[in-house]
Design a protein around this ligand. Structure first.
Ligand code: PHE
Length: 339
């Protein structure tokens, strides 16, 4: 076997190679298991020791040379592409990397809480499993009160005897009003974002679970017009445009007076169904009823405050033009991918 001849031949051929598939053929021919060189190594065993050593060393050097030739050539081909079959069109758009993203409700919750934080409100959280007392009685809604019909309730069966108050899934975030005031002194301003539950037949605008943001601001000389100014600022911040706000009288046993807050967007939205001249209801609100202050030991002649309960899904539906509340909890990727 003429090793020098083999070396020359291999060097010649590799210098002419222009693409990776030819290079792979070269590798198999000169470095593969069935290459001349490998067969040569196998045949060495039959030789006397001195010959074996000498020829073995020589062949080894050639194999190392071949490997390094191969490596260099491959790197060369990978970096200096030419207009051969290896051509890579670097102007072609890359494949889009699939990224996760936040749920529309998370986005809107963050928007709203950020907005209130800018105005000095602290964020407080409360329990989703509540007692009948905080969800109803403490809010002037005793068992016999007809207003209880406003909140269809999911009650929790309990085996515990002598339980003072029945348990339920909170139907609104308002129980945090009394809970917070029991342990804190005015003045303060807080918001309480959270999940609420109602025992309802679902349709495009009703879900058994949804989110509210409760708000409570108590201090000296707090009035409904303070509330209106704050809400105007918040909705402008959320919708990034001028928004009209109006109050309509409404009854909630734990506020007096009580109002329903409607908004009207001034700019045209993409949604044709949603007329810009339409007033859309976004929350219930009012001045905290003196009964609640008495219940927690605040001096009613000194402190006033307003409270509100904002419907988070409502805001998201208006902002993102979503026409069915059930989509939020559907886990439908086609819906979620749009945000
Ligand atoms: N908790 C009321 C509801 O769920 C909304 C509300 C909150 C009204 C605070 C007045 C004051 O309908």
């Amino acid at each position: 076997m003429d090793l020098r001849q083999l070396k020359k031949e291999a060097e010649n051929r590799i210098s002419l190679i222009k693409n990776t598939s030819d290079l792979e053929k070269w590798r198999i021919k000169y470095l593969g298991r069935k290459s001349v060189l490998s067969l040569f190594f196998n045949s060495l065993s039959k030789l006397p020791l001195i010959e074996k050593r000498k020829q073995g060393q020589e062949a080894n050097a050639i194999r190392q040379l071949f490997s390094s030739l191969y490596k260099k050539k491959r790197e060369g081909l990978e970096t200096n592409f030419s207009f051969s079959s290896d051509f890579i069109d670097i102007t072609q758009p890359g494949e889009k990397i699939h990224q996760g993203h936040l749920h529309p409700l998370t986005l809107i919750l963050r928007d709203i809480t950020d907005s209130f934080q800018k105005m000095g409100f602290s964020i407080i959280e409360g329990p989703e499993i509540e007692t009948e007392y905080y969800n109803f009685d403490a809010l002037n809604i005793p068992a016999s009160h007809p207003a209880r019909d406003m909140w269809d309730t999911l009650w929790i069966k309990s085996k515990a005897k002598n339980q003072k108050s029945k348990m339920l899934l909170r139907t609104h975030t308002s129980p945090m009003q009394v809970r917070y005031m029991e342990t804190n002194q005015p003045p303060f301003r807080i918001i309480v974002p959270g999940k609420c539950f109602r025992y309802e037949a679902t349709d495009a605008s009703h879900e058994i679970q949804f989110h509210q943001i409760e708000g409570l601001m108590v201090g000296e000389n707090i009035s409904l017009s303070n509330f209106k100014a704050i809400i105007e600022e918040v909705v402008k911040d959320i919708f990034k445009q001028q928004v009209s706000v109006r109050f309509r009288p409404n009854y909630f046993p734990f506020v007096s007076p009580g109002v329903e807050v409607d908004i009207k967007l001034k700019q045209k939205t993409r949604n044709k169904k949603q007329d810009t001249n339409e007033w859309l209801e976004i929350m219930g609100a009012g001045m905290v009823h003196p009964d609640l202050f008495k219940r927690v030991g605040y001096a009613t002649n000194r402190w006033q405050g307003f409270a509100f309960g904002l419907g988070v899904e409502r805001i998201a539906m208006i902002k993102y033009h979503i026409d069915d509340i059930r989509l939020f909890f559907s886990s439908d990727i086609r819906f979620l991918e749009q945000f």
